[in-house]
Write a protein that binds this ligand. Structure first.
Ligand code: SF4
Length: 258
């Protein structure tokens, strides 16, 4: 009997995706508790510090909730701190025709891709999963490099990590196509750039456009309240026009979605 007990989850409910390429799409939202960074503009840190882990049967609850949404959105905190738990979720839903999205700051995304590779090629003999997997990577590269615990997230690190992650995704795609012809792209990477003054956002956009299709890049304004978000959104269209990338609102900050 496989162990599908999922630990570290603080919230599980149906809502709408608040930002990025799937903004406004109904989803089953699963939130993990811990994060490996300490961003000063974090809109969730305080809530997470005071949250309790769910003691329900997460997999069965997800199974019930996902029937109406077909879209599991894994967020945090930082989900990739919980890569072993995500592996169990991907394993359980391997044969379900659903979309699984993972919000991430990118620090451990390569470790998760190793696990995805293992799940496909070792556990399932190269038979592709029915789910589609999307990563929504929001890089946290600070402009003054003085934030606690984030000194290692430099622009050089970001560029290197982006190359590594891209290689992992294309390797998986090539290996699948060597085995079965015309396998669709089941793993997609999106970059969501938060245009906060404390982040080196313009350089993040520049590096992203070197490695990722512009259509997979979204920029969005900082803000932990609706008024902040609206005020900070003014510069977004010009910036998006300059780099030919997409823009996104953040519906949860506007309180349009919970
Ligand atoms: S990476 Fe995200 S969840 Fe973690 S502290 Fe920064 S903004 Fe908050």
């Amino acid at each position: 009997m496989e162990d599908y007990e999922i630990r570290g989850v603080t919230e599980l409910f149906n809502t709408w995706q608040g930002e990025g390429p799937r903004m406004g799409k109904m989803c089953t939202f699963l939130r993990f508790k811990k994060c490996n960074l300490h961003c000063e503009f974090c809109d969730i840190k305080h809530k997470l510090e005071n949250s309790k882990e769910c003691n329900c049967n997460i997999i069965e609850d997800v199974y019930e909730k996902i029937k109406s949404t077909k879209y599991l959105l894994i967020s945090g905190g930082e989900p990739t701190v919980y890569n072993n738990q995500i592996y169990k979720i991907l394993d359980y839903f391997y044969k379900y025709n659903i979309l699984i999205g993972i919000e991430t700051n990118g620090l451990f995304i390569n470790n998760l891709l190793k696990k995805v590779d293992d799940l496909i090629f070792n556990k399932n003999n190269g038979i592709p999963p029915l789910f589609n997997l999307e990563f929504y990577w929001s890089p946290k590269i600070f402009s003054d490099n003085s934030h606690e615990g984030v000194k290692y997230t430099t622009l050089d690190w970001f560029e290197h990590q982006l190359k590594v992650v891209n290689n992992y995704i294309s390797d998986i795609y090539i290996k699948l196509n060597n085995k079965f012809k015309s396998v669709p792209q089941i793993i997609n990477l999106y970059i969501k750039v938060l245009c906060s003054d404390s982040l080196d956002y313009e350089n993040i956009i520049k590096i992203s456009t070197k490695y990722i299709n512009n259509e997979n890049i979204y920029i969005m304004a900082e803000g932990v309240s609706p008024i902040d978000l609206i005020m900070n959104s003014v510069k977004i269209p010009n910036l998006a026009y300059k780099y030919n990338v997409n823009i996104s609102s953040r519906l949860h900050i506007l309180h349009v979605v919970p």
